[in-house]
Design a protein around this ligand. Sequence first.
Ligand code: AQP
Length: 333
Amino acid sequence: RNRVFSGAQPTGSMHLGNYLGAFRNWVRLQEDYECIYCVVDLHAITVWQEPAVLIQQTREAAAAYIACGVDPQKSILFNQSRVAAHAELAWIFNCVARIGWLNRMTQFKDKAGKNREKASVGLYVYPDLMAADILAYKATHVPVGEDQKQHLELTRDIALKFNNDFGREVFPIVEPIIQKEGARVMSLRDGAKKMSKSDPSDASRLNLTDDADRIALKIRKAKTDPLPLPEDAAGLADRPEASNLVGIYAALADLSQADVLARHGGKEFAPFKKDLADLAVARLAPISNEMSRLMRDPAEIDAVLDKGAEKAAALARPVMEEVRAVVGLLGAR
Ligand code: AQP
């Protein structure tokens, strides 16, 4: 059976973008694949995380996965640092990947910003760890958004080079599962920026923990332009905020943008936002309720993560034994 690996970083509050761009799709994939869903805390620490907060956010991320419909009975759910194979294989991949390959990664350039000398080494080799996440389980498929495409290419290059260097078909060449268009959710305060955990403005995103009142308020205050909604999708060009709100509506209602505009085109934003808020509350309130139930007693989440880590470690163990033998790392005889 084909195997999927995916994860999200516990770097802040999970939001509508994570839900529409990732979690909702993960839930569907559970039907057709053996799925491994990871809270990637080792990726998170490539930039500074307050230790006590990181622990809390790791639990909260796991709660978000479960509340969105990831089923720990069907899929493996755990946090990355619990399975040592990730870090070990990442080191081996650091020795396979070339500096030139990593120098071409655009996300490092974006995240490191101008002061590249001050970025952590971990941020630089982040894509090698991502390759290890996937290949420690010989996963065959990875759901990716636009922003992760380049990293997945790198995973394929690492697998190819490893297999080629050692003359053995150890790793599969993973296939991307491309998310359908419109899965990218933008900030509610600026239609040119993606909705993000690290945006300092809480009003820029709908957190999966927001209650109905906060959701309605944030949508009411979302930035728009002064024109009414266009009659058709072509009219959304050069209107990033309108386009984002219509896109969110369409994604939440499982409609096309054209369908949404057939219903709401020509209206002012105020009544449209009211409908959108009702829809968002209907979809997100059950998630936030379930998250707060799960967060009330962390023992349940911790038990799920313990069990998931055990299952994940059992899958990675034979892969790592094979890798060590192929590379020539002397082990127990
Ligand atoms: N705005 C978004 N629209 C659609 N998909 C999104 N994802 C994130 N933001 C959006 C998808 O969610 C998954 C998990 O992402 P991540 O936590 O690993 O990291 P990220 O993409 O860096 O998310 P953030 O919120 O922007 O975090 P920070 O601010 O910490 O960098 C991925 O599949 C991602 O595509």
